[in-house]
Design a protein around this ligand. Sequence first.
Ligand SMILES: *[C@@H]1O[C@H](CO)[C@@H](O)[C@H](O)[C@H]1NC(C)=O
Ligand SMILES: *[C@@H]1O[C@H](CO)[C@@H](O)[C@H](O)[C@H]1NC(C)=O
Length: 276
Amino acid sequence: MMKLHAAPLTALSFSCLFVLLLSILTVGFDDRLQADDPPLSLLKTALQQEQKPEEMKSLRVRAGAPFKIALFADLHFGENAWTDWGPQQDVNSVKVMSSVLDDESPDFVIYLGDVITANNIPIANASLYWDEAISPTRARGIPWASIFGNHDDAPFEWPLAWFSSPGIPPIHCPAPNASSCSGERYCSFGGTRRIELMKKEIENNLLTLSKTGPKDLWPSISNYVLQLSSSDDPESPVLFMYFFDSGGGSYPEVISNAQAEWFQHVSEEINPDSRY
Ligand SMILES: *[C@@H]1O[C@H](CO)[C@@H](O)[C@H](O)[C@H]1NC(C)=O
Ligand SMILES: *[C@@H]1O[C@H](CO)[C@@H](O)[C@H](O)[C@H]1NC(C)=O
């Protein structure tokens, strides 16, 4: 489910992702992100902190231009990594995203989940694929945010194709300690968890506005709010973007009561009487 009032580009799948962009002042999108105010590094520092609505810094719009948001959903990087087809799709996806970004010059990009196909990725560091998926946006200096779909930290599934002539590949235990790996089932390959994916994205990138979400909602991770502010006043919101982790992979496919309560609590605090 998704509500979005200001996206010229939509390549969406509604399968497992929720972005709820709550309402907008009619005049809110006359503007464009300002390149120099506030500096994105400061913005990022502020946004990294535990989310306290009253301290929430924001994206800004610039007078006289529309604020454009590009959505990239279901990119599925790392799919069929053992064939030529899979890696070629990733190359193609980078090309398509690059063209879209060059043609549309969006102010903000949202990676709407299923960025990678973790159940196809047999390496421990799936952030390498995640990184490839966000690279076109980063290369153009555009800020972005990401949330999870149900494939982003799904456990690896051995492809049937591997059980033919080349033989069966070895199973690697995630922890090298023999004692912690007493039975074969403990040695199945779990891949990179959503918390690790998100932490790596945040640590390695100045332009990301993604958050790991309130700890009391973990292991549901990508639950956070971003504010888009007016050009005149950085405190004055024109749009709130609520991001939800709808689960899947290492976590059940749910929006939990706890997430719903979090949403209610935060929205009452930052947007009392639904003014925006
Ligand atoms: C995993 O990938 C990320 C993103 O490319 C990189 O920054 C990080 O250093 C990698 N970690 C390891 C252990 O290779
Ligand atoms: C594995 O062993 C090393 C040293 O023997 C230890 O420091 C580490 O905490 C162990 N890891 C786990 C997951 O048990």
